[in-house]
Design a protein around this ligand. Structure first.
Ligand SMILES: C[S@@+](CC[C@H](N)C(=O)[O-])C[C@H]1O[C@@H](n2cnc3c(N)ncnc32)[C@H](O)[C@@H]1O
Length: 227
C-alpha cells in the first residue's frame, strides 16, 4: 500500500510540475467541453503516481471526454520517457477533446469494450472509471489486476462516495479482491478517510496548489492501491 507520507513526499518533489499541469488543465477546461469526472486531488494522485513510478505503459478504461486522459498524458509528458497511455472507451469523445500536442507519440485510443481487448502487456498503472457495476469489477479484478506485476498501481473511481461502498457494488468487489490479496488502499475521500483528506488539503495550501482546477466536485471517491 502507498503510505500517506510517501504521497506527501511526491507532492513536495513534483510541486512545480504539478502546478503547471493544473494551470494547463484549467486552461483546457476553459477551451474544450471536457465535463470532468475526476476531482482535483484524485487527478493529482494519479499524476503523481505516474511521475514517481515512471511506468512504461499506462492503461485507462473509461475516458469519456478525456479529463482523466489528459491528466495521465501530462504525467507521461513530464516524465520525459517513452511512456505510452492505452485508453479504452465505448465512445470516441476523447479523440475530439484531447489536444494533439499532448497525445502525439504517447496515446493509443481504442473505441470499444475493454473486455474485448487486446489489453496492453504489463501496465504499471491502471485507472478504471467505466461501468460501475459489480460484474464489471469481477471482470477487471480477475482478468486484469490478477495479472499485474508486484509494484504496479491501480486506481478505481466512484468507490468511496460514503464511508464504505454498498455491499453489492463495484467498490465492494474491488475491496474484497484487495483484502483476499492482503493489499491495502488509500483514498482522499473525505467521507471514507477524513484525516487523509484534511492532511492533503493542508499540504496543498502550503504548496500553493489549493485553488480549484474545476469547481464541480464529487468528493474524490477514488481508491488507489499499490500491488
Ligand atoms: C464516468 S465516464 C469516465 C470519465 C473520465 N474518466 C473522466 O475523468 O472524465 C465512464 C466512461 O466509461 C465508458 N465505458 C463504460 N463501460 C465500458 C467498457 N466496458 N469498456 C470501455 N469503456 C467503457 C463509458 O463510455 C464512459 O465514457
Amino acid at each position: 500500500m502507498l503510505p500517506l507520507d510517501t504521497l506527501i513526499s511526491w507532492y513536495r518533489t513534483y510541486a512545480d510540475d504539478l502546478r503547471t499541469a493544473r494551470d494547463e488543465q484549467r486552461e483546457l477546461l476553459a477551451q474544450r467541453p471536457m465535463r470532468p469526472r475526476l476531482d482535483d486531488v484524485e487527478a493529482e494522485i494519479s499524476y503523481l503516481t505516474i511521475r514517481a513510478l515512471r511506468p512504461g505503459t499506462v492503461l485507462e478504461i473509461g475516458s469519456a471526454r478525456g479529463w482523466s486522459t489528459t491528466w495521465l498524458l501530462r504525467a507521461l509528458r513530464d516524465n520525459d520517457t517513452a511512456g505510452v497511455l492505452h485508453t479504452f472507451d465505448l465512445t470516441g469523445d476523447a479523440e475530439q477533446t484531447v489536444p494533439a500536442a499532448l497525445s502525439a507519440g504517447r496515446w493509443r485510443f481504442t473505441r470499444g469494450d475493454a473486455r474485448r481487448g487486446p489489453l496492453p502487456d504489463d501496465p504499471g498503472f491502471v485507472l478504471v472509471d467505466a461501468a460501475h457495476t459489480a460484474r464489471f469489477a469481477r471482470w477487471y479484478t480477475t482478468e486484469l489486476f490478477e495479472r499485474l506485476r508486484p509494484g504496479a498501481a491501480v486506481a478505481v473511481h466512484d468507490v468511496f462516495h460514503g464511508r464504505r461502498p454498498w455491499p453489492v457494488s463495484e467498490g465492494a468487489v474491488v475491496l474484497g479482491w484487495l483484502r483476499r490479496h492482503g493489499i491495502g488502499h488509500l483514498t482522499a475521500s473525505p467521507a471514507a478517510d477524513p484525516d487523509t483528506h484534511d492532511r492533503l488539503v493542508g499540504l496543498k495550501q502550503k504548496l500553493r496548489l489549493a485553488a480549484p482546477v474545476h469547481a464541480t466536485a464529487s468528493g474524490n471517491p477514488m481508491l488507489f492501491a499499490y500491488l
